[in-house]
Design a protein around this ligand. Structure first.
Ligand code: DAK
Length: 178
Protein backbone atom coordinates (compact mmCIF):
# COMPACT_ATOMS: atom_id res chain seq x y z
CA UNK A 1 0.00 0.00 0.00
CA UNK A 2 1.20 3.55 -0.74
CA UNK A 3 0.94 6.28 1.86
CA UNK A 4 1.26 10.03 1.68
CA UNK A 5 2.46 10.58 5.24
CA UNK A 6 4.20 7.29 6.05
CA UNK A 7 7.04 5.20 4.74
CA UNK A 8 6.75 1.49 5.28
CA UNK A 9 9.57 -0.92 4.63
CA UNK A 10 9.63 -4.61 5.43
CA UNK A 11 12.84 -6.56 5.78
CA UNK A 12 12.55 -10.21 6.67
CA UNK A 13 10.15 -10.24 9.63
CA UNK A 14 10.56 -6.60 10.64
CA UNK A 15 8.41 -3.71 9.42
CA UNK A 16 9.77 -0.19 9.80
CA UNK A 17 7.03 2.45 9.77
CA UNK A 18 8.35 6.01 9.45
CA UNK A 19 6.13 9.02 10.12
CA UNK A 20 7.05 11.16 7.15
CA UNK A 21 6.06 14.81 7.65
CA UNK A 22 9.58 16.18 8.25
CA UNK A 23 8.65 19.80 7.42
CA UNK A 24 6.41 19.89 10.51
CA UNK A 25 8.77 17.69 12.56
CA UNK A 26 6.46 14.75 11.78
CA UNK A 27 3.45 16.34 13.48
CA UNK A 28 0.44 14.05 13.45
CA UNK A 29 -2.46 15.47 11.48
CA UNK A 30 -5.71 13.52 10.99
CA UNK A 31 -4.61 12.18 7.60
CA UNK A 32 -1.40 10.79 9.10
CA UNK A 33 -3.29 9.23 11.99
CA UNK A 34 -5.75 7.58 9.58
CA UNK A 35 -2.86 6.21 7.50
CA UNK A 36 -1.07 4.95 10.60
CA UNK A 37 -4.23 3.18 11.74
CA UNK A 38 -4.70 1.58 8.30
CA UNK A 39 -1.04 0.57 8.08
CA UNK A 40 -1.08 -1.03 11.53
CA UNK A 41 -4.34 -2.83 10.69
CA UNK A 42 -2.57 -4.39 7.67
CA UNK A 43 0.50 -5.36 9.68
CA UNK A 44 -1.67 -6.80 12.45
CA UNK A 45 -3.09 -9.35 9.99
CA UNK A 46 0.31 -10.42 8.70
CA UNK A 47 1.64 -13.78 9.79
CA UNK A 48 5.11 -12.93 8.43
CA UNK A 49 5.80 -9.66 10.25
CA UNK A 50 6.89 -10.24 13.87
CA UNK A 51 8.30 -6.85 14.85
CA UNK A 52 7.23 -3.27 14.11
CA UNK A 53 9.60 -0.35 14.51
CA UNK A 54 8.05 3.13 14.58
CA UNK A 55 10.28 6.11 13.88
CA UNK A 56 10.27 9.63 12.41
CA UNK A 57 11.72 10.99 9.17
CA UNK A 58 14.70 13.34 9.31
CA UNK A 59 17.39 13.87 11.92
CA UNK A 60 15.50 16.14 14.31
CA UNK A 61 12.24 14.59 15.38
CA UNK A 62 10.47 11.39 16.17
CA UNK A 63 7.08 13.17 16.30
CA UNK A 64 6.77 16.73 17.67
CA UNK A 65 3.12 16.23 18.62
CA UNK A 66 -0.34 16.42 17.21
CA UNK A 67 -0.51 18.93 14.37
CA UNK A 68 -1.13 22.24 16.13
CA UNK A 69 -2.01 24.01 12.86
CA UNK A 70 -4.90 21.59 12.35
CA UNK A 71 -6.04 21.69 15.99
CA UNK A 72 -6.04 25.44 16.36
CA UNK A 73 -9.22 25.89 14.27
CA UNK A 74 -10.88 22.61 15.20
CA UNK A 75 -14.37 22.57 16.68
CA UNK A 76 -14.96 20.44 19.77
CA UNK A 77 -16.43 17.71 17.56
CA UNK A 78 -13.41 17.77 15.24
CA UNK A 79 -11.04 17.65 18.22
CA UNK A 80 -12.91 14.68 19.60
CA UNK A 81 -12.80 12.88 16.24
CA UNK A 82 -9.04 13.45 16.01
CA UNK A 83 -8.48 12.15 19.55
CA UNK A 84 -10.63 9.06 18.90
CA UNK A 85 -8.68 8.33 15.72
CA UNK A 86 -5.36 8.61 17.54
CA UNK A 87 -6.62 6.46 20.38
CA UNK A 88 -7.73 3.76 17.95
CA UNK A 89 -4.35 3.72 16.19
CA UNK A 90 -2.34 3.83 19.43
CA UNK A 91 -4.48 1.13 21.05
CA UNK A 92 -3.94 -1.05 17.99
CA UNK A 93 -0.20 -0.52 18.34
CA UNK A 94 -0.34 -1.42 22.01
CA UNK A 95 -2.37 -4.60 21.58
CA UNK A 96 -1.22 -5.97 18.20
CA UNK A 97 0.42 -9.41 18.28
CA UNK A 98 3.75 -8.11 16.93
CA UNK A 99 6.44 -6.74 19.23
CA UNK A 100 6.54 -2.97 18.79
CA UNK A 101 9.52 -0.67 19.25
CA UNK A 102 9.63 3.13 19.18
CA UNK A 103 12.98 4.28 17.76
CA UNK A 104 12.92 7.79 19.25
CA UNK A 105 15.23 9.85 17.05
CA UNK A 106 14.65 13.39 18.36
CA UNK A 107 11.61 15.27 19.66
CA UNK A 108 8.87 13.05 21.09
CA UNK A 109 6.46 15.66 22.40
CA UNK A 110 2.75 15.54 23.17
CA UNK A 111 1.19 13.06 20.77
CA UNK A 112 4.73 11.95 19.84
CA UNK A 113 5.52 10.93 23.40
CA UNK A 114 2.10 9.26 23.53
CA UNK A 115 2.90 7.35 20.32
CA UNK A 116 6.22 6.16 21.77
CA UNK A 117 4.50 5.10 25.00
CA UNK A 118 2.05 2.95 23.04
CA UNK A 119 4.93 0.74 21.88
CA UNK A 120 6.17 -2.23 23.89
CA UNK A 121 9.73 -0.87 24.01
CA UNK A 122 11.29 2.59 23.59
CA UNK A 123 14.86 3.00 22.36
CA UNK A 124 16.04 6.61 22.47
CA UNK A 125 18.84 8.29 20.51
CA UNK A 126 21.11 10.70 22.41
CA UNK A 127 19.20 13.65 20.90
CA UNK A 128 15.78 12.39 22.02
CA UNK A 129 13.59 14.89 23.89
CA UNK A 130 10.44 13.76 25.67
CA UNK A 131 7.60 15.84 27.08
CA UNK A 132 3.87 16.42 27.39
CA UNK A 133 3.64 20.19 26.78
CA UNK A 134 -0.11 20.31 26.08
CA UNK A 135 -0.94 22.36 29.20
CA UNK A 136 1.10 25.19 27.66
CA UNK A 137 -1.46 25.23 24.85
CA UNK A 138 -4.37 25.23 27.30
CA UNK A 139 -5.27 21.58 26.67
CA UNK A 140 -4.53 18.23 28.27
CA UNK A 141 -2.78 15.23 26.72
CA UNK A 142 -5.56 13.71 24.61
CA UNK A 143 -4.04 10.61 23.04
CA UNK A 144 -3.76 8.44 26.17
CA UNK A 145 -0.75 10.17 27.74
CA UNK A 146 -2.27 10.80 31.14
CA UNK A 147 -2.75 7.04 31.58
CA UNK A 148 0.29 5.57 29.83
CA UNK A 149 2.77 8.05 31.31
CA UNK A 150 1.54 7.41 34.85
CA UNK A 151 1.84 3.65 34.33
CA UNK A 152 5.43 3.99 33.14
CA UNK A 153 6.84 6.59 35.53
CA UNK A 154 4.30 6.74 38.38
CA UNK A 155 1.56 9.27 39.05
CA UNK A 156 3.76 11.92 40.69
CA UNK A 157 6.32 12.14 37.90
CA UNK A 158 3.56 11.99 35.27
CA UNK A 159 1.73 14.90 36.89
CA UNK A 160 4.98 16.84 37.23
CA UNK A 161 5.78 16.44 33.51
CA UNK A 162 2.22 17.29 32.45
CA UNK A 163 1.76 20.26 34.82
CA UNK A 164 5.17 21.83 34.17
CA UNK A 165 5.44 21.08 30.39
CA UNK A 166 9.10 20.26 31.10
CA UNK A 167 11.05 18.67 28.28
CA UNK A 168 13.49 15.95 29.34
CA UNK A 169 16.44 14.41 27.53
CA UNK A 170 17.12 10.74 26.86
CA UNK A 171 19.19 10.24 30.02
CA UNK A 172 16.51 11.71 32.28
CA UNK A 173 13.81 9.73 30.48
CA UNK A 174 15.87 6.58 31.05
CA UNK A 175 16.36 7.47 34.71
CA UNK A 176 12.65 7.83 35.40
CA UNK A 177 11.71 4.69 33.49
CA UNK A 178 10.24 6.30 30.41
N1 DAK B 1 2.37 20.85 14.93
C1 DAK B 1 2.51 21.52 13.76
N2 DAK B 1 3.68 22.00 13.33
C2 DAK B 1 4.77 21.79 14.08
C3 DAK B 1 4.70 21.11 15.32
C4 DAK B 1 3.43 20.61 15.75
N3 DAK B 1 3.26 19.93 16.87
N4 DAK B 1 5.94 21.07 15.86
C5 DAK B 1 6.74 21.71 14.98
N5 DAK B 1 6.04 22.15 13.92
C6 DAK B 1 6.55 22.89 12.76
C7 DAK B 1 6.88 24.33 13.10
O1 DAK B 1 5.71 25.12 13.10
C8 DAK B 1 7.84 24.68 11.99
O2 DAK B 1 7.10 24.93 10.83
P1 DAK B 1 7.51 26.16 9.81
O3 DAK B 1 7.53 27.38 10.66
O4 DAK B 1 8.89 25.75 9.34
O5 DAK B 1 6.45 26.12 8.78
C9 DAK B 1 8.61 23.38 11.77
O6 DAK B 1 7.80 22.35 12.34
C10 DAK B 1 9.95 23.34 12.48
O7 DAK B 1 9.74 23.67 13.84
P2 DAK B 1 10.56 24.85 14.59
O8 DAK B 1 11.02 25.88 13.62
O9 DAK B 1 9.71 25.26 15.74
O10 DAK B 1 11.82 24.02 15.10
P3 DAK B 1 12.69 24.27 16.41
O11 DAK B 1 13.88 23.37 16.32
O12 DAK B 1 12.93 25.74 16.61
O13 DAK B 1 11.76 23.77 17.62
C11 DAK B 1 10.28 22.27 18.79
C12 DAK B 1 11.43 22.45 17.74
C13 DAK B 1 9.84 20.81 18.75
C14 DAK B 1 10.80 22.62 20.19
C15 DAK B 1 9.12 23.24 18.41
O14 DAK B 1 8.80 23.02 17.04
C16 DAK B 1 7.88 22.99 19.23
O15 DAK B 1 7.82 23.39 20.39
N6 DAK B 1 6.87 22.36 18.62
C17 DAK B 1 5.58 22.15 19.25
C18 DAK B 1 5.68 21.03 20.24
C19 DAK B 1 4.35 20.78 20.94
O16 DAK B 1 3.78 21.68 21.58
N7 DAK B 1 3.83 19.57 20.80
C20 DAK B 1 2.60 19.18 21.44
C21 DAK B 1 1.44 19.50 20.53
S1 DAK B 1 -0.10 19.18 21.34
C22 DAK B 1 -6.72 16.53 22.29
C23 DAK B 1 -5.91 16.93 23.32
C24 DAK B 1 -4.57 17.21 23.07
C25 DAK B 1 -4.05 17.07 21.82
C26 DAK B 1 -4.86 16.65 20.81
C27 DAK B 1 -6.20 16.38 21.03
N8 DAK B 1 -8.08 16.27 22.55
C28 DAK B 1 -8.58 16.12 23.92
C29 DAK B 1 -9.06 16.39 21.51
C30 DAK B 1 -2.69 17.54 21.58
C31 DAK B 1 -1.67 16.92 21.48
C32 DAK B 1 -0.36 17.50 21.17
O17 DAK B 1 0.48 16.79 20.77
Amino acid sequence: MMYEHLLMETKEQVAVVTINNPKSLNALNSATLAELNACLAEIEKSKDIRVVIITGAGAKAFVAGADISEMVNATAAEGRAMALLAKEAFRRLETMPQATIAAVNGYALGGGCELAMSCDIRVAAENAVFGQPECGLGILPGFGGTQRLARLVGKGRAKELIFTCDKIDAQEAYRIGL
